[in-house]
Design a protein. Structure first.
Length: 130
């Protein structure tokens, strides 16, 4: 089978059949990459949980948060990022380019933190600031 991906390693689809070598040429002409993968797998799971890097299929890394309950004035640490990321805290959106995000909990309340940082898995957590 062929795992077809874009230039960022996002898996677009998995092709279990291709008629001839010109299929691979057509993918290349469309600026799509592909790798051969001959192990049994659940295609939908692979698309959701893996990416392609340096010609190899890899699991998407996960993002973590140190604590989900903090006191006002404490730092909230989100780690596991791989460079460029979009962070959403409630309705505010921020862009960062780092592997860890640290920010101070200034006001009490509950906050929803969402992170989009390819190739990491999607991340969402609720933080309670006391």
């Amino acid at each position: 089978m062929l795992i077809v991906h874009d230039v960022d390693g996002r898996i677009l689809f998995i092709s279990t059949y291709h008629a001839a070598d010109d299929y691979e040429d057509a993918l290349t002409e469309q600026c799509l990459g592909f790798i051969r993968y001959d192990q049994p797998c659940d295609a939908s799971k692979v698309v959701a949980t893996h990416f392609v890097e340096d010609g190899s299929l890899k699991e998407r890394p996960s993002i973590s948060i140190a604590k989900t309950t903090v006191k006002v004035g404490e730092l909230i640490e989100v780690s596991g990022l791989r460079g460029k990321a979009t962070i959403q805290i409630d309705d505010e959106e921020y862009s960062i380019e780092d592997e860890t995000l640290n920010f101070e909990a200034e006001y009490p309340g509950e906050y929803v933190i969402k992170v989009d940082a390819w190739p990491c898995l999607p991340f969402e957590a609720q933080v309670n600031v006391e």
